[in-house]
Structures are given as structure tokens and as C-alpha cells.
Design a protein around this ligand. Structure first.
Ligand code: PMT
Length: 402
């Protein structure tokens, strides 16, 4: 029997083939216990709860993984959005790629905002007899006090009130197991449940029956040691000797299968009745964005696709919905956009203009409700989340008994 779902299978068949061929992640039972208690707690409080997925998934090339395929996502969208959901009174399960950005601590994270730059030793008091000591307390530098107090208070509030559950994953298979379990555990929430799928999920993977157990060798092994290493072209790792090369290096040819799209199963099977499902669509070609978002909405019959372009995702997104207006752009006004090294402001408005004929509307802004300006500019999630909360409120109202 194949270990990879095929295109002719129903979504339910694809589900059972996929999940029967992978061992569940070791951390799943612990995560399920934490999630069950978290969901129960918020069901009792009749609180809304959002599952935010965040960061990229890896695709291992070996069972005992040395190498893997990854993607660009840092988890910014997910981490920032989680903060705004908490601000709106939601409880948040934050299903995130391990070591990607986290709500609150993302303000002081490794590469962009090194936390050490925010700290100092307390100055020596300017009084007689005071001396330079080896034990001066560490303090937050004065220019960061207000911002850090604000972040710290929000973080502590979320922790004290059991509003934030952090659950990590690494591989695509871990992500899918976790997503399925969490969605099923969220059933008692009914329409109070919201799914906000911002993770950049791998589209391709290596099925378990074609996965190398050990580290793939980059050079030829003697016959008696090469058991289990692929040597012929029928395997995914072909890597024969390069004829002209004087070295004994091999080429690595990787043959990936499509990951089944489980959005179908989430919407139709795993998620609670009446819950709201929001997926993201990322594209790099402005011509494709709206079309791909509409196609996803039609195919999976969920409630909202938020489309974004790689180069403009910090400043604009498009809400694609089944109901009018069907396509709505949310943008940070030009004067309030943060700088982004990887972004390209010149592309703002392109994905909309391409469709509408020519009327680039890159300067229009989204709703202002709840928006927050930081020294780096307005975070677009401060515009997205309040809009989304309104849509969720409408759905909840539709499902409540009259
Ligand atoms: O983390 P950042 O650096 O801030 O970047 C944020 C982001 C650009 C990653 C985010 O805003 C975003 O767009 N995420 C979705 C990326 C995407 O286009 O995914 P997709 O087209 O592969 O999948 C679309 C949807 O289908 C996703 O919501 C996903 O949950 C779902 N999916 C995907 C693959 C799969 N096998 N099954 C699925 O159900």
C-alpha cells in the first residue's frame, strides 16, 4: 500500500493514508492534555478562542534528520496577530514553528531586536562614598522603559489569566498531526472557535516509504557499507557519480510528492460546527494573488482567505470572502508604513490594480479601529484583527439561538 495520498482519493481517504503512515509526534499526548484543559477552561468562561498557526514547516530528507527543506517564514504574522487577538479578549492557542517569533517576546528577539541592547547596568549613584561595584543591578535603559513596561504588562496579563497556550512543531507531519488534534479538541467551543492559519505549510514532502533512514552520503561507500543507500535511478536519491568529475562527490536528486491539502478536512470534519476558518494565501506574482485566493475559497468552502504578496505583506492584504464585497483591501497608509529590508513598497497596489484595470490604489488605508503606531510604523495586524473579529461576531450571531 502506498504511503502517500494520491489525487484520486477522497479527502477522508487521503487523511487516513497520510496519518496511518506517520508516527504521531512524541509531544502530541502532552500537547493534547494541555489543549484539552485550556479549551475546557475557556468553554466554561464562554470566551472566544483562536488557533493561530505560525511559521514555516520543515520537510526532513532523512528519518534521522540531518538535512531538511525549509521556507522563509519567521512567524511574524502569527506572533503579531496573536497579540491583537489577546487585546480583543480572545484566548489564543499559538501553534508555532519551534524557535520562530512568539507573541510579546518577539519585541526582544534574537536577530532583529537583541534583548541585550535594551539593558544596562544601573549607573553608580552620584553620592559621596558610592563606588563602582561588581553587583550593580541590571536595568532596562531609560528610553525603552515605557515600551517594555507596556509589553511586559500585556504578557503578564495573558499568563496570569491563562489566555495563551504555546505549542511548538517543527516538521510538516508534526504540524498536520497537531492541527488535526487541536481542531477536534476545540469542538466544545462551537462558534466561539476561530482558526487563523498563517503558517507557511510545505506543499511538498517525501513519503515515508521513500525516506532514507540515515544521513544521505555525499560520496561513494564501499559495497559492504552501502546497505540502505540508494544506488539506482528508481530511488529518490539517485546521486550517481558525475562522470567528468575527478572527485567522488554525488549529486542529490530529490523527488517530492504533494502534501495533501487538509484544509478540506479541517473545514468539513475536524473543526467545530459553526466555527470560523480563515486561511492565508501567499503569492509573489501580483497577477495571481486574487485569483488564487478566490480559488482556495471556492475549493475549501471556508469563510475567508487573506491574500498577501511576499514583498508587500507588511503593508497590505486582501480579504476574499464568499459574501459581498468579495474582495477588500486593507492597507497601512503610506506615511505610517514600517521599513522592511525584504519588502518593496513600489509593489503596493499592484495586485489590485492588475485586476481592476489600472486604478492603483496603493494609498488607500484600511479601517483605523484599534490600530497602533510603533516607532517602526503601524502594524498591519492591528488593522486586520479588528476587521476579522467583526466578521467572527457576525458568524456567532448567525449561529446563536434567537
Ligand atoms: O511568518 P511571516 O514571515 O510573517 O510570513 C507570513 C506568511 C506570508 C507566511 C503568511 O501571511 C501567509 O501567507 N501564510 C500562508 C502561506 C501560504 O500561502 O500557504 P499555502 O498556499 O501553502 O496554503 C494555503 C492554506 O492552505 C494555508 O492556510 C494552509 O493552512 C493550508 N494548507 C496548506 C498546505 C497543506 N498541505 N494543507 C493545508 O491545509
Amino acid at each position: 500500500m502506498t504511503s502517500a495520498p494520491t489525487p484520486d482519493m477522497t479527502p477522508a481517504e487521503a487523511e487516513s493514508v497520510y496519518f496511518n503512515n506517520y508516527p504521531p509526534p512524541k509531544s502530541l499526548p502532552k500537547h493534547e492534555a494541555l489543549a484539552r484543559a485550556f479549551v475546557d477552561y475557556h468553554v466554561q468562561a464562554n470566551r472566544r478562542l483562536v488557533l493561530v498557526t505560525s511559521g514555516g514547516t520543515t520537510v526532513p530528507l532523512e528519518n534521522q534528520t540531518v538535512r531538511f527543506i525549509d521556507n522563509f517564514s519567521a512567524g511574524t504574522r502569527g506572533a503579531v496577530s496573536a497579540e491583537y487577538f489577546l487585546q480583543q479578549g480572545y484566548a489564543v492557542i499559538f501553534l508555532h514553528r519551534q524557535f520562530s517569533l512568539l507573541p510579546y517576546s518577539r519585541h526582544y528577539s534574537h536577530s532583529t531586536n537583541c534583548f541585550l541592547d535594551f539593558m544596562d547596568e544601573e549607573p553608580v549613584p552620584d553620592v559621596e562614598g558610592a563606588s563602582e561595584s561588581d553587583h550593580r543591578p541590571i536595568v532596562v535603559r531609560s528610553e525603552y522603559q515605557d515600551q517594555m513596561r507596556d509589553v511586559l504588562r500585556k504578557y503578564r496579563y495573558a499568563k496570569r489569566n491563562n489566555l495563551l497556550l504555546l505549542l511548538p512543531f517543527t516538521t510538516i507531519s508534526e504540524y498536520l498531526f497537531e492541527l488535526r488534534s487541536l481542531a477536534q479538541l476545540m469542538r466544545p467551543l462551537g462558534s466561539n472557535a476561530l482558526f487563523y492559519l498563517a503558517a507557511a505549510v510545505s506543499d511538498f514532502f517525501i513519503p515515508s516509504d521513500r525516506m532514507s533512514e540515515h544521513k544521505i552520503q555525499s560520496s561513494e561507500l564501499p559495497e559492504h557499507l552501502s546497505q540502505g543507500q540508494a544506488t539506482d535511478g528508481s530511488d529518490i536519491y539517485t546521486g550517481g557519480l558525475e562522470a567528468q568529475q575527478p572527485s567522488r562527490s554525488k549529486r542529490l536528486v530529490i523527488d517530492l510528492d504533494p502534501v495533501p491539502k487538509f484544509l478540506h478536512r479541517l473545514v468539513d470534519g475536524w473543526a467545530p460546527d459553526g466555527s470560523m476558518v480563515v486561511s492565508f494565501k501567499l503569492e509573489t506574482d501580483p497577477n495571481l494573488l486574487v485569483y488564487k485566493a478566490q480559488t482556495a475559497l471556492r475549493r475549501y468552502a471556508h469563510h475567508l482567505v487573506i491574500g498577501n504578496l511576499l514583498t508587500t505583506r507588511k503593508w497590505e492584504v486582501v480579504f476574499v470572502t464568499p459574501d459581498a464585497p468579495h474582495e477588500r483591501w486593507i492597507r497601512v497608509p503610506k506615511s505610517r508604513r514600517s521599513k522592511s529590508i525584504s519588502g518593496s513598497e513600489a509593489q503596493v497596489g499592484l495586485a489590485e490594480a492588475k485586476r481592476a484595470g489600472d486604478s492603483a490604489s496603493g494609498e488607500t488605508s484600511g479601517g483605523q479601529q484599534g490600530e497602533k503606531t510603533t516607532s517602526e510604523g503601524v502594524e498591519i495586524e492591528s488593522l486586520i484583527i479588528p476587521e476579522l473579529v467583526l466578521l467572527h461576531s457576525n458568524m456567532i450571531a448567525k449561529h446563536s439561538p434567537q
